[in-house]
Write a protein that binds this ligand. Structure first.
Ligand code: ADP
Ligand code: ZN
Ligand code: ZN
Length: 849
């Protein structure tokens, strides 16, 4: 039995980012575990906290320890491995421990302290009242009669309910705050603080017989005539089989709850509240599905994975298989294997791919053993899905990024589909990447990780080819053919510069125009993609395709309207915006970009009567709208599906024979070193949407950069060549996977102060790195090197009236750069003593803004 619990309290600040010691009261001995959620006194407040360990002696013995106040759950919401994981996350991503812990729990468990009021034992009355009176007239003799009318009403109300939330009381007796206060002061009422969850468990009230049926039958027969209603109720319960919900009795028989209660008072029946789970899928029926006989390629991949699963040792696989190659079927069968061993599995998918069809594939294979975690659920539903996992009812969790924290106790498999997706990285604190967390969790459980993609990220692919990454060393498994044998569609590149030269100023090239017209005639469907990322931030010549780039960074420059100049957001290089194209002298140099709405208008003009479904952030904000739009298209009530990235994901429509990409270039020139990779991924994805079934597909890609390797290789479905070329670039310029990055963003309302801080920061990092022997150019390909770029203004230079600056640390080697960055951030914040100054650290950033 430990005497002391070490608790992380729910205050995300540096001063509180350490465990605090509390005595474990006798009543909680044996109940408090590592991972328990507790209420603790903290200064004048009551806070929620998590037990991360135990001790016999406090490290600060001179301070009088306070006891834990309450234990909030009978089963700890966090397991010991998740507590350990939070420590790892806090070190790796330079975040507070509590922030990591909170990320693991459903929002419903972010409990807050509430004040509860009850009527004090009369012996306590007056204790806190005015002392003069208390001296000669003992409080003991004070009685209810001494309360005035208003006071008596309030006391009676509270007494009836035993305990009332302060919030409820002040609402119910609005305008009587002074009376309540007076009663509290006099000690008639007493106050306790307790943590209350935002969402409560859902219960149903059930009624059951407490005596054997034959005894009940006798009681029914002998029931006095004046209690007809009670007799009816008792007979109803007995007839139905001994147990029934209260609601049913009330609605079917039309009796009052009081009638039922009198039967309970007589001891014939018991009334209980039973917990139930809110199930967002309860009204849907899922047709059971059987595993397919695997193709030879699938079988080879499956065998390799299962061998590792059976060995019960950790290991990682990268499954590279083209769209439609049957990866999902391999996932399903691998999960089946793990379940048969009594272990559990997590299936991660990007949020926008978490479609009803996706869920259906898992539910129809694993039925009620599947818990689905996604953001469109209400917090109550989410909480219940989470509890199904924690309480062992679910064996498979499917969900977006945060499902990586699904509280399974015997994890056997973690799958990350479309592992290249940037949404696996969380952009707010804790800024974790689900891939890295997956690998760490898998090691804790001796579980297997499967990363799957048609276009693996360069980080994962490179890690599978070299031994350069210590954390991630996946075995590469490839599937080249489609499971259903269909061919990948033909991709045609249309050079938009040529179109302009020949007098076509429309956003539709002639080939794309004609192809759409052709599909309309044949009554086949078209998907049209408009890549909106990077909308009008870069400068491009429409005549020759020239894009202004930084001479130092090989990154496109960003146009700043106010100053009319171009800037690099990595190194700070700036130059005036050109009036004419420096390459060809054309005046058609402008800020690129069109919105989906304009495309829709243009379509209506060119093809009168065309039925278009538009899918973008504007049309999909409402719950369920995404699904509704897709159903409209699926049911053939539309000829063309127009949209942003969303249309590229996992959709599978048999009648789509044409996919058009309006501007393949727009993402190519974002100030992001991954721009080429993202363009390749998007084009490959969208090309996979055409001709998935028996009808052959065609893809038309419009571009001003027909020779760019991302476009060329995507059009040939050639991942290998793309990767070779992209890796060459990355190596030359010193970007991941050849080094790691850490982005530091500074923000403050006052620009001069911000610039000074940012400059100091960079200097301090350099000094410290020099001292540690880390500083050196990455170009020399030594095993350890560190470089600092910046500070420069952030790509979004001002946000909510705060200026933003950033610097980037690049490094190679296993130095603890996150810790260095955090340490210097603390030093600067301490010396600045300015609460307005924010310094945020992003380890392995995915978004450079
Ligand atoms: P991916 O996840 O790689 O895009 P899927 O698993 O969705 O591929 O498979 C594509 C299509 O092929 C689906 O309709 C799926 O039902 C079907 N399929 C997959 N494997 C097999 C198989 N072994 N036999 C028959 N059909 C299969
Ligand atoms: Zn030009
Ligand atoms: Zn630059």
């Amino acid at each position: 039995m430990s005497r002391i619990a070490r608790v992380i309290v729910d205050v995300p600040s540096r001063g509180t980012d350490r465990p605090f010691d509390y005595l474990i009261p006798d009543s909680m001995q044996g109940w408090v575990e590592i991972g328990s959620r507790v209420g603790v006194p903290f200064g004048p407040r009551t806070l929620q906290g998590f037990v991360i360990g135990f001790a016999e002696q406090s490290e600060t013995p001179d301070i009088k320890l306070k006891p834990l106040k309450e234990l909030l759950d009978l089963i700890p919401p966090l397991s010991e491995d998740l507590i350990e994981l939070s420590a790892w996350m806090s070190a790796r991503y330079a975040c507070h421990r509590i922030t990591a812990l909170q990320a693991m729990l459903p929002a419903a468990l972010k409990g807050k302290a509430e004040r509860y009021i009850r009527v004090a034992d009369p012996s306590e009355w007056g204790e806190r009242g005015d002392t003069a009176a208390a001296d000669d007239e003992p409080a003991l003799f004070e009685t209810v009669e001494e309360l005035d009318e208003a006071e008596a009403t309030i006391v009676a109300h509270i007494r009836k309910q035993q305990e009332v939330r302060m919030e409820h009381l002040s609402r119910k007796f609005a305008g009587h705050a002074d009376v309540i206060k007076r009663l509290l002061q006099r000690g008639v009422l007493s106050e306790t603080r307790s943590i209350r969850d935002k969402v409560q468990k859902k219960t149903v009230r059930t009624v059951s017989l407490r005596l054997p049926e034959d005894e009940i039958r006798t009681i029914i027969d002998e029931f006095p005539a004046r209690a007809m209603r009670q007799k009816e109720v008792l007979a109803f319960i007995a007839d139905i089989g001994g147990e029934v919900s209260m609601k049913e009795i009330l609605t079917v028989l039309g009796v009052t709850a009081g009638t039922v209660k009198s039967l309970a008072d007589k001891g014939y029946i018991a009334i209980q509240d039973t917990e139930v789970f809110r199930d967002p899928y309860k009204d849907r029926h899922f047709k059971p599905s059987q595993p397919f006989v695997l193709t030879d390629e699938q079988q080879m991949v499956y065998d390799a994975i299962v061998q590792r699963i059976d060995s019960r040792t950790e290991g990682e696989f990268l499954v590279h298989g083209i769209t439609g190659s049957g990866k999902t079927e391999v996932y399903l069968q691998s999960i089946q294997r793990v379940i048969e061993q009594g272990r559990q599995a997590i299936m991660l998918v990007p949020e926008i791919s978490l479609t009803p069809q996706m869920v259906e594939r898992f539910k129809s294979r694993f039925g009620d053993h599947v818990a689905v975690l996604h953001s469109r659920l209400s917090s109550g539903e989410r909480y219940d899905e989470w509890r199904k996992i924690r309480e062992g009812q679910a064996l498979v969790a499917i969900g977006a990024r945060s499902a990586i924290f699904a509280p399974f106790s015997h994890l056997g498999l973690i799958i990350m589909d479309e592992e290249h997706e940037t949404s696996y990285k969380q952009e707010e604190s804790p800024k974790y990447h689900a891939r890295d967390v997956a690998v760490h969790r898998a090691h804790q459980h001796q579980a297997v990780v499967i990363l799957g993609s048609a276009t693996p990220s360069l980080e994962s692919y490179h890690a599978s080819r070299s031994q350069s990454n210590e954390e991630l060393q996946p075995t590469l498994l490839e599937i080249h053919g489609r499971a259903l044998g269909s061919e990948l569609p033909e991709v045609r590149i249309v050079d938009m510069r040529e179109e302009l030269k020949e007098g076509n100023r429309s956003m539709f090239s002639r080939p794309l125009h004609d192809a759409i017209a052709d599909r309309l005639e044949k009554k086949q469907q078209t998907v049209l993609l408009l890549n909106r990322r990077g909308h009008s931030t870069f400068v491009m010549c429409r005549t020759c395709g020239y894009v202004a780039e930084c001479p130092n960074c090989d990154i496109s420059l960003t146009f700043h309207q106010r100053s009319n100049n171009l800037r690099c957001h990595y190194c700070g290089h700036a130059e005036p915006a050109p009036e004419v194209c420096p390459e060809c002298g054309s005046e058609h140099i402008r800020y690129f970009g069109t919105g989906t709405q304009r495309v829709e208008e243009e379509l209506a003009k060119l093809f009168p009567g065309i039925r278009v479904v538009r899918m973008d952030v504007d049309t999909t904000t409402q719950k369920g709208s995404h699904e509704k739009l897709l159903n409209t298209f699926r049911d053939r009530q539309a000829d063309l599906l127009l949209g942003t990235q969303m249309v590229a994901k996992g959709l599978d429509f048999p009648d789509v024979t044409l996919v058009g990409v309006i501007a393949a270039d727009s993402a190519l020139h974002l100030p992001d070193f991954r721009a080429g990779e993202k363009t390749f991924q998007l084009l490959t994805q969208v090309a996979g949407r055409a001709g998935r079934h028996h009808l052959p597909g065609e893809v038309i890609v419009q571009t001003y950069n027909p020779d760019h390797y991302s476009v060329v290789h995507a059009s040939k479905h050639d991942y290998g060549s793309f990767v070779r070329e992209e890796l060459k670039h990355r190596k030359g310029l010193g970007y991941p996977p050849y080094c790691r990055l850490l982005l530091v963003t500074f923000s403050h309302e006052k620009l001069p102060l911000l610039v000074r801080i940012a400059e100091n920061y960079v200097q301090m990092v350099k000094d410290q790195a020099q001292r540690l022997g880390w500083l050196g150019s990455l170009e020399r390909f030594s095993t350890e090197a560190l470089d600092v770029l910046g500070p420069v203004a952030s790509p979004i230079p001002r946000l909510k009236n705060r200026y933003r600056f950033q610097c980037m640390i690049k490094w190679r080697g296993d130095m603890d750069v996150a810790r260095l960055a955090e340490f210097i951030s603390q030093q600067l914040q301490d010396s600045a003593r300015d609460k307005e100054l924010l310094i945020s650290i992003d380890v392995d950033p995915q978004v450079m803004m």
